[in-house]
Design a protein around this ligand. Structure first.
Ligand code: DGJ
Length: 738
C-alpha cells in the first residue's frame, strides 16, 4: 500500500519506491503539509515549530497561541482572506461578495487505481499500478468543498494532484483554482528552473536562486506557449545531473497557465500551479462542480537525471495512449521546408520517389493542399483539396504514394480560419472576436471558437471526411498563433471569464472524438513547432513537432531543455537542408542526423537536391536509426553535457537492463591542438565490462563512470559524436546491417 492514513494520529503518508509525502490534520482541522522528499518512515511534524511572528495573525480558534498562524505554517491547499498572506491556491467570491475561504478537514478516502478527470487529460493507470487518495476539505462558513486528489504511481516515484471543487447551496464565482499547492518548509529548495523561449527557440532552461517574494512563469496566450512551458523544477543549489535533491512539477494542460513560487519571510517555499487565474472566472451554480487540470509531481534525491527518468516513464507509459504509444513510428519526409506552398502533385510525387528510394516510410504533405491556400493569407477552414495542385485529390495522391510502398500523412490546422475562406464567409460568427472591436490577426488568421459545439461538430465531420476518403495514416495538427480577443458569442456575459478554459475543453473534446474514431492514425501535435508542447497534448498526440528550428546546433539546445520533462519518443525531429532556412548555418549531414535521431526521426528537404553520396548517407542513417530505435525510444536518457554552457551537446541512451549504451551528440567548435576531453558515463553497472563494437576496446562500468570515455578528435565545426557500447556477453536485439 502506497498510501497510509492514521485516523488516531491524523497523519497521512504517501510512499513511492524512493520518496515520501506527508500531511497532518492539526487540532483545528487544518490540513498541514509536512514533507516531500526521501523516504523517512517517521512523522516529520517535529520539524514544524514556529515562533510568534509579528504581523502574521492567528485564527480565532487558536485562542491565545500567537505561534499558530496560517501565514507561516506549511499548508496543503492554501486559501485567501483568512490570514495567510502568501499566494493562495483557491479564491472565490461568495454570493455576498466576500472572498474568505477557510478549508478544514472533513473526510478521507483511499482506493486502488488512479482517478480520472472528466473532459481533461490525466495520467491513467491500472488497478494494480496506482492508488488514489482523496481528502475532502470544507469551508467553515459555507458548504464549498475542495476534494484534493492524489494519484500515486509507486514504481516511478510519481504523485499526481488535482482538485475538485464542489459547491454548496449558494452560487459562487471561482477566481482561481490551482491544481497544485506545495509548501516546502525550512528553506530546503532555494533554486528553480523554468523553461523559457520564443518561436524557433523553445524550452531553454533557466536556473535561478529564489528571491524573497513571488517569481512566476506563465502563459496568457491560450496555449502552453513557446515562451514558457508548464513545467518547473525546484532544486537545492548543489543539485547536478547525478546528485542533489529536486522536485519537478508538470501541468497536464495546453492552455494559459500560471506557475508561481513564493519564497517567504521565513525562507519557506510555496509552489502554486494551474490554470492562469488572470484569464479565469468560473461561475458555479448551487451544487455545481469544477475540476482542475492535473499536475504530475516527482522528487529525486539523485539529481536531475533521475527526475527526468521518472517523468519520461510516466509520460511515455501513462500519458501517451493508443497504437503509437508502443508501435514504431514511421521515418517520414515532410514537404514543408522542401516546397512550402509551391507544389503540385508532380512535385510531391518526385519528392516521394526519391524518399522511397532512400528508405523513408511515409510522405507528409504539409500546409498548402486545401482551399485557395497559396500563401499564409487564405484558405484555413476550407478543408477540401485544391484541385489545381492535386487534380486527383488526396485520394489519388495517397494511392500514388502507397504504390511507392510509403504511407501518406497530412497537415491540418483545424482551430483556425482565414478571412479569405469559404468557411469564414459562411460562419463569420465562429471566429473569436470581441463585439464592436476589430479582431487581432496572427499570421493573418483568426481563431475558431472551440468552446462551441457546432464548431467542434463541423471540424469532426470535416476531418473525418478527409480521413475516410483517402488512405491517411498520420495527421500533423498545427496551431499557428496565440489567442486573444477572448470572447464567445455563445456564452452569457457573466460567463465570458470561462472562455479561455472552455476553449481548451472544446479542443480536448474534439481530439478525444477524433482519436477514438481513428485509432490507427498517428496524431502529431504542433504549434509553430513547440508552442503547445505539453503533457495535455501528449494524451492525444503521442508525438509533437519540437520546434520550427531545424538547425541541428540550435536543436541540441531545444532538445536538451525539452528532455528535462518530456521523453525522446514524443519529440518530432527532422533533418533539413543546408544552409539552414532559419539560421543560414551549415552543419554536416551526419551531425544533423545524429541530432534528429534523438526523437522520432524525419527528413524535411527535397531529396532530389541531394548528391548520390548524400543519398547513400541518408539510406544508412535510416537503417541505423531503425536498428537503434527501440533503445532510443524506451531506453534511459541521460544528458551528458549542457549545450548552453559547453562546447558540445552529448547525450546517451542506456537500455533498461543496462546491456546497451548509445552515445550521440555534436562537438560544436574545433580548436587547433584541441585539449582532450573525457565524458563520464554515469548510470552503468560498475562491475560489468563493456565493449565498443566499432573499436573492440573494452572497459569496466567503473572505468566508464569514474574515468569516462575520450571524446573524439574533431575536424571542422559541428562534429558528430557516436559510440555504441555493449555489455560483454549481452546479446543485443538483432540489428539491421548498416
Ligand atoms: C508551422 C509548423 O511548425 C511548420 O512545420 C509548418 O507546418 C507550418 N506551420 C505550415 O504552415
Amino acid at each position: 500500500m502506497a498510501i497510509y492514513f492514521s485516523e488516531k494520529d491524523k497523519f497521512i503518508s504517501i510512499k513511492t519506491e524512493n520518496t515520501e509525502y506527508q500531511m497532518k490534520i492539526d487540532d483545528y482541522g487544518v490540513l498541514r503539509h509536512l514533507w516531500y522528499g526521501e523516504k523517512v518512515n517517521t512523522d516529520m511534524s517535529y520539524l514544524i515549530k514556529y515562533p510568534d511572528v509579528g504581523f502574521s495573525g492567528n485564527p480565532y480558534d487558536a485562542g491565545n497561541d500567537r505561534t499558530y498562524s496560517l501565514d507561516t505554517l506549511p499548508l496543503e491547499y492554501a486559501c485567501g482572506g483568512i490570514g495567510d498572506f502568501r499566494i493562495s491556491a483557491l479564491s472565490l467570491t461568495h454570493e455576498n461578495g466576500s472572498t474568505a475561504l477557510d478549508l478544514r478537514y472533513k473526510s478521507c478516502r483511499i482506493y486502488k487505481g488512479k482517478y480520472s478527470i472528466a473532459g481533461l487529460p490525466a495520467v491513467y493507470a491500472g488497478e494494480n499500478e496506482a492508488e488514489t487518495l482523496e481528502i475532502t476539505l470544507q469551508d467553515i462558513a459555507s458548504e464549498v468543498k475542495a476534494v484534493l486528489r492524489y494519484g500515486v504511481v509507486e514504481k516511478y516515484d510519481i504523485i499526481t494532484r488535482n482538485v475538485k471543487i464542489i459547491n454548496g447551496d449558494r452560487p459562487v464565482t471561482l477566481q482561481k483554482a490551482a491544481s497544485l499547492c506545495l509548501d516546502i518548509p525550512n528553506g530546503n529548495n532555494p533554486e528553480w528552473i523554468h523553461f523559457h523561449g520564443r518561436h524557433i527557440s523553445e524550452r531553454l532552461p533557466e536556473r535561478r536562486p529564489l528571491f524573497h517574494g513571488i517569481q512566476e512563469s506563465s502563459s496568457s496566450r491560450g496555449t502552453s506557449s513557446h515562451q514558457q512551458n508548464p513545467s518547473v523544477i525546484l532544486c537545492s543549489p548543489d543539485c547536478t545531473e547525478t546528485s542533489g535533491s529536486c522536485i519537478g512539477a508538470c501541468l497536464v494542460y495546453s492552455g494559459s497557465f500560471q506557475t508561481q513560487i513564493e519564497y517567504d519571510q521565513l525562507d519557506q517555499t510555496r509552489l502554486v500551479m494551474g490554470i492562469n487565474p488572470n484569464l479565469f472566472k468560473w461561475r458555479l451554480e448551487p451544487y455545481g462542480e469544477f475540476e482542475t487540470p492535473e499536475v504530475i509531481l516527482s522528487y529525486s534525491g539523485r539529481g536531475f537525471s533521475r527526475l527526468s527518468y521518472n517523468f519520461h516513464n510516466i509520460i511515455r507509459e501513462h500519458i501517451c495512449r493508443g497504437k503509437y504509444k508502443t508501435a514504431e513510428r514511421p521515418v517520414l519526409i515532410n514537404s514543408w521546408e522542401a516546397a512550402y506552398f509551391d507544389f503540385d502533385e508532380e512535385k510531391i510525387i518526385k519528392i516521394a520517389e526519391a524518399a522511397a528510394d532512400m528508405g523513408l516510410d511515409m510522405l507528409v504533405l504539409d500546409d498548402g493542399w486545401f482551399g485557395e491556400r497559396n500563401d499564409d493569407c487564405s484558405g484555413l477552414g476550407d478543408w477540401f483539396e485544391n484541385k489545381k495542385k492535386l487534380p486527383e485529390g488526396l485520394k489519388g495522391l495517397a494511392e500514388k504514394i502507397n504504390a511507392l510502398d510509403m504511407s501518406f500523412g497530412l497537415w491540418i490546422e483545424p482551430e483556425m480560419v482565414s478571412e479569405n475562406s469559404r468557411l469564414y464567409k459562411t460562419h463569420p460568427d465562429w471566429a473569436i472576436r470581441v463585439p464592436n472591436r476589430k479582431p487581432t490577426r496572427g499570421r493573418f488568421q483568426l481563431v475558431l471558437d472551440m468552446s462551441r459545439q457546432d464548431v467542434q461538430d463541423y471540424l469532426f465531420e470535416a476531418i473525418s471526411d478527409i480521413l475516410k476518403n483517402a488512405d491517411i495514416s498520420y495527421i500533423k495538427w498545427d496551431m499557428n498563433r496565440s489567442i486573444c480577443d477572448l470572447y464567445s458569442s455563445a456564452l452569457e456575459p457573466e460567463r465570458q471569464g470561462e472562455f479561455s478554459h472552455r476553449y481548451v475543453l472544446g479542443l480536448y473534446a474534439l481530439l478525444e472524438r477524433l482519436t477514438s474514431a481513428f485509432p490507427d492514425v498517428l496524431w502529431e501535435g504542433c504549434s509553430g513547432g513547440g508552442g503547445r508542447f505539453d503533457a495535455g497534448m501528449l494524451y492525444y498526440c503521442p508525438q509533437i513537432w519540437c520546434s520550427d528550428d531545424t538547425d541541428a546546433y540550435e536543436r541540441t539546445k531545444i532538445q536538451y531543455g525539452t528532455s528535462f520533462f518530456y521523453p525522446v519518443s514524443v519529440v518530432g525531429s527532422h533533418v533539413s537542408t543546408v544552409p539552414n532556412h532559419q539560421t543560414g548555418r551549415t552543419v554536416p549531414l551526419e551531425s544533423r542526423a545524429v541530432t534528429a535521431m534523438a526523437g522520432s526521426l524525419g527528413y524535411e528537404l527535397d531529396p532530389n537536391t541531394l548528391s548520390d553520396d548524400e543519398r547513400a548517407q541518408v539510406r544508412a542513417q535510416i537503417k541505423k536509426y531503425k536498428s537503434y530505435r527501440k533503445l532510443i525510444h524506451t531506453g534511459k536518457y541521460y544528458r551528458l553535457t549542457n549545450p548552453l554552457k559547453e562546447n558540445s551537446a552529448v547525450w546517451k541512451f542506456v537500455s533498461e537492463n543496462s546491456g546497451e549504451v548509445l552515445i550521440q551528440g555534436i562537438i560544436f567548435r574545433t580548436e587547433p591542438n584541441m585539449k582532450q576531453r573525457t565524458l563520464k558515463l554515469f548510470g552503468l553497472e560498475e562491475s560489468s565490462t563493456y565493449i565498443n563494437e566499432e573499436t573492440g576496446e573494452t572497459y569496466t562500468g567503473g572505468a566508464l563512470m569514474n574515468g569516462g570515455i575520450l571524446l573524439p578528435e574533431t575536424r571542422g565545426d559541428y562534429f558528430p559524436v557516436e559510440a555504441y557500447l555493449r555489455k560483454m556477453n549481452f546479446q543485443p536485439p538483432t540489428r539491421l546491417p548498416v
